[in-house]
Design a protein around this ligand. Structure first.
Ligand SMILES: *Cc1c(COP(=O)(O)O)cnc(C)c1O
Length: 413
């Protein structure tokens, strides 16, 4: 297989490693557990250290197994380079630490993963101005921009209420203003959507979720799409401008974020995630179809008060989702009618498991306000549209009929 022809998503991922020679003809990139990398010529060690020649120095900054995964994620996102981290949060934290300075301003979607919301509060305490806006309408983002706005941050489909950011129009606005546009693609995955298409400069993926897919390893990734002109970003330090300009951002994040904070992805986890990623497309086809069937059953049942799923025509951003995404995702949330206790309902489910993860092969359910969004308090929950009885469902790959019947039967008291 050569690079000359353009192959489809799954063919590319499956055969990606073999584009380079692999030790002993292994079909999987081997798990390299060595922390240090030895050189027979001391001058070569120096040139690797100084970035004049490719190679590995020390496990915290790079590892052959991790770097094979990075190349895979780069291919999935159609980007130019990827950095992997120990978790998705480490990837997000490293970006903020490496690229923002006191006095900078950020505009973020207010519909956010709970820990990202908490991280923004920390960053705000360190002298960065953070404004949260309803990013389903570009006008709210435009109104919040200031001369010192460095980053606009959104998620594709927000967890748990499934609001979809005005992705393309926000991208056009950022391009016009020279602002770095960062999109967290975890809920869509690069199989359903490439944020590069709407002008994102950096893309975040929690590899823990659908990309790894089996709930067996934590990991995160940051991909530079090659779209952003780093010459317009004022916070790049002189020492990182020795790299070619498209690599300025990722070079600074590798040093200041990954190297200095040290949340490196381990080689064993990288291997688990790389194996999982081979079946991403197959799993997404199944989980998205299951989620749609489940949402359609729930919305038709009078005992259900509300269903939030981008695949339903009643969803406020159904049009954007149809236009931009290959399918509508594997996450949905719903509210039961008053009088049906959400904890009793969850306890009647026989297949779906009460647990806090997303993108697993198994269907997982969680009462949102009492768990993952508990710490932020009722007021902020209300501003994010999160009802106290909201149930989030991360839909798995079970047989469709089994899953739909599990959620239907639990409605019978
Ligand atoms: C889970 C998640 C993260 C964080 O990823 P971890 O690997 O759990 O640290 C970030 N963003 C979104 C949208 C997520 O769902």
């Amino acid at each position: 297989m050569t690079d000359k022809k353009t192959y489809g998503f799954t063919t590319t991922i499956l055969h990606g490693d073999r584009q380079k020679p692999i030790e002993h003809g292994s079909l999987h990139k081997p798990v390299h557990t060595s922390v240090a990398f030895g050189y027979t010529d001391a001058r070569q060690l120096v040139s690797v250290f100084q970035g004049r020649e490719p190679g590995f120095r020390y496990g915290r900054q790079g590892n052959p197994t991790v770097s094979a995964l990075e190349e895979k994620v780069t291919k999935m996102e159609g980007g130019i380079a990827t950095l992997c981290f120990a978790t998705g949060m480490a990837a997000i934290g490293a970006v903020f630490q490496a690229l923002l300075r006191a006095g900078d301003h950020v505009v973020s979607s207010s519909f956010l993963f709970g820990n990202t919301n908490s991280l923004w509060q920390t960053v705000a305490g360190q002298g960065v101005g953070v404004d949260f806006v309803d990013a389903t309408d570009v006008a709210n983002v435009a109104a919040a921009l200031k001369d010192n706005t460095r980053i606009v941050f959104v998620e594709t489909i927000a967890n748990p209420r499934t609001q979809i950011a005005d992705l393309a129009r926000i991208g056009a606005l950022c391009a016009e203003r020279g602002i770095l546009y960062i999109v967290d693609n975890t809920m869509t995955t690069p199989y359903l959507f490439q944020p590069k298409a709407v002008g994102a400069g950096l893309v975040v993926n929690s590899l823990t979720k659908s990309i790894g897919g089996h709930g067996s390893a934590l990991g995160g990734a940051l991909t530079d799409t090659g779209v952003y002109d780093w010459g317009r970003f004022p916070n790049i330090l002189e020492s990182y401008k020795k790299a070619p300009q498209p690599m300025w951002g990722i070079t600074q994040v590798r040093a200041k974020g990954l190297r200095d904070f040290g949340a490196s992805l381990g080689p064993e986890a990288a291997h688990h995630i790389a194996v999982g990623a081979e079946t991403l497309a197959l799993r997404m086809e199944r989980t998205c179809a299951n989620a749609k069937a489940l949402a359609e059953m729930l919305v038709a049942d009078p005992r259900v008060a509300a269903v939030h799923y981008p695949g339903l025509p009643s969803h406020p951003q159904h049009g954007i989702a149809s236009e931009l995404f290959k399918a509508y995702g594997s996450l949905l949330s719903f509210e039961l009618r008053d009088g049906i206790d959400c904890f009793d309902y969850l306890n009647r489910l026989k297949i779906a498991v009460p647990a806090s993860n997303l993108g697993d092969t198994r269907t997982l359910v969680i009462p949102v306000a009492h768990t993952i969004f508990y710490e932020m308090g009722a007021e902020r929950r209300a501003s994010m549209g999160i009802a106290e009885s909201l149930i989030r469902v991360s839909v798995g790959i079970e047989d469709t009929a089994d899953l739909v019947e599990d959620f239907r039967a639990a409605l019978d008291v």
